[in-house]
Ligand binder design. Structure first.
Ligand code: 9MR
Length: 362
């Protein structure tokens, strides 16, 4: 028996379709059903004696659960990418402040501190600077202007900046041959720090890198740079240890040895980009209880080691993302990975308990 659709049915159908769409859309975005975060756990910020941070992308602030967990649990934020040069300026060199202004406003509203990341990074050089057609002196003026503008804009809101990120090569510790090194000469790092200090006498200035725990040449290069800056009275306040590690490497002893060497130099320590890979060999297709417990112990050990440092040297611990599926680790390593404190459903993992236990049992 055939179905006859007359005009009246069609109008009713179209009206219902419109009503459903209108209810599920806001600002042209189809609303995605998101899990509700649980509130039955202790927020890290309520017990940590130092700032606990998280890397954030401004587009995720529009997600209710995401922003709720961030502001409840953490007391510091870092832009995961939006405060880098290639994002703070467009290809012609005009400033793009929208996303970072939004992040800073969010942090202010919820009483969180902001760590600025990063003024200079060879992997985020915008094309207007990479292909700069003026003289070397004009290039340096442009870099100084940039630092003055960016640090100056957030003078009242950003407490600390990574002045330069990852300046040394893996394996050799040689200064990377970036456009900054080529156009400003081998002493360019000292001048970047000085420009940042001139822009804000109070902001804390960091050198940030990965691999300084397990790569001896890179570590030596970093400490030589620090010693040189300090001998010459160039301002530097702290070191960011990125802490992209796995559940079983590097050893805690090696981590502690590097932290001690930083303490000996009177600098602040920022565990600046923490995540703990549990699947470095790619043998897991889902997170097992066993690996999860190893991750928990690893987090606990590191937080305890950080808390054993003299208080004057403890700057902060920052997680490089909130939920496992949002982490850069998955694309970068090409394995399923669960490196962070929260799972896809915004549930705190055993690693979260490890962090809490270190804070409360110490
Ligand atoms: O996690 C960040 C990713 O979302 C960005 O696309 C990428 C490029 O801006 O940077 C990633 O963060 C890096 C950080 O800035 C410096 N240390 C290594 C981090 C992972 O690549």
């Amino acid at each position: 028996m055939g179905v006859i659709i007359n005009c009246k049915h069609l109008r009713l159908f179209l009206f219902l379709l419109w009503a459903i769409l209108a209810l599920s859309c806001k600002d042209n975005t189809v609303a995605v059903q998101e899990p509700e975060p649980s509130s039955e756990y202790t927020p890290l910020r309520s017990v940590a004696p130092f700032p606990v941070g998280v890397a954030l992308q401004s587009n995720r602030l529009s997600s209710g659960p995401h922003s709720q967990v961030v502001r409840t649990v953490f007391s510091s934020v870092t832009a995961e990418y939006e405060m880098k040069m290639r994002h703070l300026t467009d290809p012609s060199g005009n400033y793009v402040w929208g996303p970072t202004d939004a992040l800073v406003a969010f942090a202010k509203e919820y009483d969180m501190q902001v760590h600025g990341h990063t003024l200079v990074w060879h992997q985020s050089t915008p094309s207007w600077l990479e292909n700069f057609s003026g003289t070397d002196a004009e290039f340096e003026d442009a870099v100084e202007d940039y630092i003055t503008n960016v640090v100056g804009r957030y003078k009242d809101d950003v407490v600390s900046w990574d002045v330069i990120n990852e300046a040394f090569e893996d394996g050799s510790g040689a200064l990377r041959n970036s456009v900054f090194r080529r156009r400003m000469g081998p002493d360019y790092i000292a001048r970047l720090f000085q420009y940042a200090r001139n822009a804000d006498p109070d902001v804390l200035l960091f050198y940030n890198d990965y691999g300084t725990i397990w790569d001896a040449a890179k570590r030596d290069a970093m400490f030589s740079m620090i010693d040189d800056l300090q001998t010459r009275g160039i301002p530097i306040d702290g070191i960011g240890l990125q802490m992209h590690i796995t559940y079983n490497t590097p050893s805690l002893n090696n981590i502690v040895a590097v932290m001690d060497a930083i303490v000996q130099r009177g600098l602040l320590i920022h565990i600046s980009e923490m995540d703990v890979r549990v699947n470095p060999q790619g043998d897991l297709s889902e997170l097992t209880t066993g690996r999860s417990e190893l991750q928990k112990q690893r987090v606990k050990d590191i937080v305890m080691a950080f808390m054993d440092l003299p208080e004057a040297n403890q700057f902060a611990i920052t997680w490089w993302g909130l939920r496992d599926p949002e982490s850069w680790l998955i694309d970068f390593w090409g394995n399923p990975e669960w490196g962070l404190l929260f799972d896809a459903e915004y549930r705190p993992k055993p690693a979260y308990d490890g962090f809490l236990e270190a804070l409360t049992e110490n």
